[in-house]
Each structure stands twice: as structure tokens, then as C-alpha cells.
Write a protein that binds this ligand. Sequence first.
Ligand code: FAD
Ligand code: PHE
Length: 482
Amino acid sequence: RSDFSLTGRSGARVVILGGGVAGLAVAYELGKAGYDCTVLEARARAGGRNLTIRGGSVETDLDGHTQRARFSDGVYLNAGPGRIAQWMVTMDYCRELGVPVEVFTNANADALIYNESAGMSAPVRYRTAKADVYGYVSELLAKATDQGALDGRLTATDKERLLSFLQSFGAIGGRTAGWAYAGTTRRGFVSYPGAGNDAGEPLGAPPALSDVFASNVGRYFSFELGYDQAMLMFQPVGGMDQIPMALARAVGHHRIRLGAEVTDVTDRGREVEVTYRQGGRERLVRADYCVATLPPHLMARVPHNLGGDVTAALRGFGISAAGKIGLEYRSRWWETDQRIYGGITETDLDLAHVWYPSYGYHGRRGLIVGYYNTGANARAYSALTPAQRQERAVTQGVKIHGPKYRSELVTSYSQAWDRTRYLEGAWTSPPWGSAGYDLLLRPAGRVYFAGDWLSHEVAWQHGAFVSARTVVTALHERVMAG
Ligand code: FAD
Ligand code: PHE
């Protein structure tokens, strides 16, 4: 049972529906064990949502908008996945496949916060916002502690320890200063310290406590603490699609049929028949097993004989929208003028997040992700033409970055995942714990299901990989037992 090679047996034939990360990982792992795998992928390239746009990339969306990216050499947009946490199995695949990785800057003290609805007249640096929020929260907690408000919870020793922590955490004054927060050099400088007697000019006194909370700058501080988003984060050198490209090479391109749209799945009992359309012709593949990795809402539309309960279960997933735009600039003004080298600016504008590139520092050109939004914001942008999306994103971005956001722009490319053929969504919200979800964790006859939607790491390649590995193990155990 622990044998993971089929030496001496004829390798079982497995047809894999979908050539995203999950489908490729299934083919890769089964291929190692000698299985005869065929991947059917409807799109013109493998990778699925793992999509990197470079100069020359062409995509036509469901509304018929065709975009041909005109990015310069070396400039790219990770239109889908952009970051990997260190603990994710995605990192192991990068190592095993020889895909070099580099740090993805997911948090940057010099990136900005801009909350228009709070009436902010100008963006504030993360470091400034953190200094003020930590400072005032520390002041309030220190006062409450020292005045005995927490005596029911804290011993005298606890109180001294907490006060000492708060003094350093918030850079607040001591007992004699009433624990007041009065600013700190952590806020940043108008001019940084220099030579000789130049002590620099600190940013000065913080806004009043009530103004700091009114500006809501702390709204997004918790993001970088998440188990999935905490630094360090990583990205493959040269684009996220280095992962599916390496997987496809390892699987063997001859095993991956591109432009192959699955149109029917029939379990014949002793084998599975899958029909697909390629180049205008219907074709058929017969295999011993099938692994279906299409997004569930699309798999639900494929005719099959696996039962109405399977279709109902596939329909039971919520579908989220997300979009990104890549804005190529002729200069890296965010580095030269604003001293922002990577990281993310957080806004309450409909563009949500602005990403600065974590590669190509000090290069001539560069690409900013001008929006990365989800839900209603994503749908609002995806309803527009690509030119309108650019205009809207730039108009919003100028509020944060000023006129260069428009004047230095060279070209853009935008991805609307809800309008992307063969995907029609960014990720799912699975009905974990439901009978339908559990049904899809088991094979329907000879057909298995895999993808990030069958994991607890939805919207992460990690989820796609671990789901694929679970199915590979189950399938192999069945073959070995049979
Ligand atoms: P998919 O990639 O969806 O693969 C399904 C495949 O099925 C596709 O290739 C599709 O073309 C194909 N298909 C559909 N219909 C048919 C048909 N009829 N016949 C044949 N083939 C068909 N992950 C991270 O690790 N880090 C991130 O930072 C991150 N950010 C993300 C940001 C965005 C905007 C998005 C959209 C995703 C992000 N993800 C991220 C998630 C990651 O992209 C997915 O978890 C992963 O790529 C899913 O792989 P999959 O193989 O399960 O699914
Ligand atoms: N994994 C995606 C990303 O990192 C989607 C996601 C966003 C997941 C935020 C969790 C939190 O962009």
C-alpha cells in the first residue's frame, strides 16, 4: 500500500479536466508514479487563474473585449495570484520544480493610507498612521490601567509589566507625563537626520486623538498580521506563471491538450468517457479515472451522468468577483519621488488596493497594480470597457499620487475575473460542512473532484495543491487495492 510506483503494472489512464494549478499538480504527481495522464484545458494556455500578463498577451473576455497587452520587456502583471506565504506548499513546489522565488513586499511602512470617506485631504504614510494609532491606544490603555480600571483583571505586577510594554509599544510618556502620546520620530520626517549637527526635521506633533480615530487609518492594520498575509511573502522571479509553466514542462506538453473544452463526462462503470471540443471538432478520451478541476459552477454546466446530487452540490458554492489593472509607467516615480519600494497602499476608494512592484527596483519602467478589488467594486469595473477601467482607476489614483499618476502612464491591461471565459469568477465560498461539499470530496464513481474550492485555503494556490494531492493519494490507493 505504501508503494508509489506502478512498476510491473500497466499505468492506469487518467483524464484530468482543467489545466490550472490543481489539474497540473494531479498530472505531475500521478506522472511520477507512471500513470498515463491527459489534461484537457479549454483556454489557450495552461495555468488557469494563475495568469501573468506580459507584452503580447492577448485575452478576449465574455463581453468580447480583446486586450493585447503592450507592456515593455520585463514588465508584467500577475493578474491572478501574486503572493505566497512561506508555509504554503506552493513554496515546496517552487523548490522542487526549480522556480526561483524572491520576496513579495506585502507591507511597507512607507506605503500610504487614503480614506476619502473619512475626509482625509492627503494620504498618510503607514509609519505615521501606526505611530499615532499605537501611541493613542497605548495612552488610553495605560491611563485606564494606572487608574485602576483593570484591577479586576490585573495584579499589581501585571499592571507594571503592561505599562512598561505600552511605553515602548506606543512611544508614550511615563506616569509623570500622564502616559501621554505626544508624537515620535516613528511618524517620519520632513527632512531626515543628516551630517554634523543636522538632527533632521521630524514630522511634528500628531493630530488630536479624536482626529486620528476619525480618519480610520487603523482600518486595515490587521491585514498584515493574518496567518496567510504576514511578511515575509514570496513571488516567483519573472511572474507567477513560472509555476504552471514549470509544472507543464514536468508533466510533458504532449500530455496537455490546449483549446480543449470539455463537453460531456460519462462514467461507463468500467471506464470514463470524456468528450471535448477542440478546433471545432468533437473528440473523445477514454480513461480509467477522471479528475475534474473545473470551477464548480462551470463543472455544474457540463453534461454528465454522475447524478443530480452532484450537480446540486456543484451549484452550492458562492462565487466571488475580483479584478486587477496593471498600469505601466515610463518612470518609477513612486520610488524616485515618493520613496516607496514595493508594498501596498490601502484606500477606501473603489480601487481598494494599489500595489507597487516588488521587482525591477531602480529600473527604467515599472508596473503598478492600479486596482485590486473584489465584490461590488470589482463588478463595477468589470462592467466597463478596458479604456473606461483605466480612466476610472487613474482618476482615483491621482487623488493619492498626484498628476504623475496620469502623465507618466504608458499603457494598461485589466483583468475582470467574473468576465473571463472558462473561469467566470475569482474564487468561491464553499459550503464547508454541508452534505454537498462532503459529497464532492468523494469520487462519483470513477470521477474525482479537485481544486482550491475543495479546501480550506480557497483563493490560494496552496488550496489547489493540497486538494490535488489528496485526490492523487485516494486514487492511487484505489488502484493499488484493485
Ligand atoms: P483554476 O485555475 O480555476 O483551473 C481551472 C481550469 O479549468 C482553468 O484552467 C480553466 O480554463 C479550465 N476549464 C474551465 N472550463 C473548462 C472546460 N469546459 N473544459 C476544459 N477546461 C476548462 N493564490 C495564491 O497562491 N496567492 C495569491 O496571491 C492569490 N491571489 C489571487 C488573486 C486573484 C485575483 C485570483 C483570481 C486568484 C488568486 N489566488 C491566489 C488563487 C489561485 O489563483 C487559485 O487558488 C488557483 O490558481 C486555483 O487553481 P485551480 O487549478 O484549482 O483552478
Ligand atoms: N489569496 C488572494 C490574495 O492574497 C485572495 C485573498 C485576499 C485571500 C485577502 C485572503 C485575504 O490576494
